[in-house]
Design a protein around this ligand. Structure first.
Ligand SMILES: *[C@@H]1O[C@H](CO)[C@@H](O)[C@H](O)[C@H]1NC(C)=O
Ligand SMILES: *[C@@H]1O[C@H](CO)[C@@H](O)[C@H](O)[C@H]1NC(C)=O
Length: 256
């Protein structure tokens, strides 16, 4: 008698999750520090500088009264110029739905608190930031993923922006230096820059004013490797502050 034993093929296939291609050390040339003009999944080009940008909005006030809010993460060509709207085929109009589908509910609730639109339309603000700036981050091009699943890079981008923002608590850095929102006080630009450099590897950010009052911050980075998985090295600002050197106002978000 002869038995044939049927082999149970364990179909442990499932949905293979998308993954960014691995960057080895030899690929990790620091962006803005190489004459190479080839964008790769491990080298940010031409947008070699990434800026984590923040708002202090008081009219109307957005976000918690003791925190700056997120503007975005913008590639810059290492010289103050930048590309924008790099891929209209990925200019999605369903960021909230994409993040929900990816199970990123904690990310979404954080964004609803700290990445808020001045007119209350967060979804539209996020769509704008993604299509204008996110699609220009060359190291999260769909070709940089193995088993790419559509819109995976969108979740990676928003998560990275939030993760970076969490390391850049501008409000606390300023208040630790005695710089707090107060209608009866004004501050010097150098004191503001020095306080913020302490949370940014000793590099001051770009400090933006509107009508002589603090309004925006841009923290500059160069990237070693991939913008999601690689190293972020704090870099000097590529733009000069438009604030006065003294007499800068820091308007409270409430009670004005
Ligand atoms: C890393 O560099 C090697 C050698 O230049 C190249 O063949 C490879 O494609 C690079 N990897 C990525 C993910 O760009
Ligand atoms: C988001 O929009 C894109 C483009 O229209 C579509 O392919 C995708 O299925 C949508 N995702 C969700 C979760 O609705």
């Amino acid at each position: 008698m002869f038995f044939t034993r049927s082999l149970a093929i364990a179909a442990a296939v499932g949905a293979a999750s998308a993954q960014l291609k691995t960057c080895s050390n030899s690929n990790n040339t620091l962006s803005c520090h190489s004459s190479s003009k080839s964008p790769t999944c491990c080298f940010s080009y031409p947008g070699g500088a990434l800026l984590q940008t923040q708002f202090w909005d008081t009219d109307p006030a957005t976000g918690p009264s003791d925190s700056w809010t997120i503007h975005g993460l913008w590639p810059d060509n290492c010289d103050g110029t930048y590309q924008a709207n790099c891929d209209s085929s990925r200019a999605y109009t369903n960021i909230t739905a994409i993040l929900k589908e990816q199970g990123r509910t904690q990310l979404l609730s954080y964004m609803d608190k700290y990445w808020v639109d001045i007119n209350g339309d967060n979804e539209q603000f996020w769509e704008h930031e993604w299509s204008k700036h996110g699609t220009c981050v060359n190291t999260i091009d769909p070709s940089c993923y193995t088993n790419y699943q559509p819109q995976e890079e969108v979740g990676d981008y928003f998560q990275k922006v939030v993760d970076l923002f969490k390391t850049l608590d501008s409000y606390t850095a300023l208040s630790s230096a005695g710089i707090t929102p107060d209608d009866s006080k004004t501050y010097d630009l150098s004191d503001i820059e020095d306080a913020l450099a302490k949370i940014h590897g000793g590099q001051k950010p770009y400090v933006g004013c509107e009508s002589g009052a603090l309004n925006q911050l841009y923290y500059f980075y160069n990237i070693g490797g991939n913008a999601i998985t690689g190293q972020y090295k704090a870099a000097a600002p590529l733009e000069k502050s438009n604030c006065p050197s003294s007499g800068i106002k820091y308007t409270p978000k409430s009670g004005n």
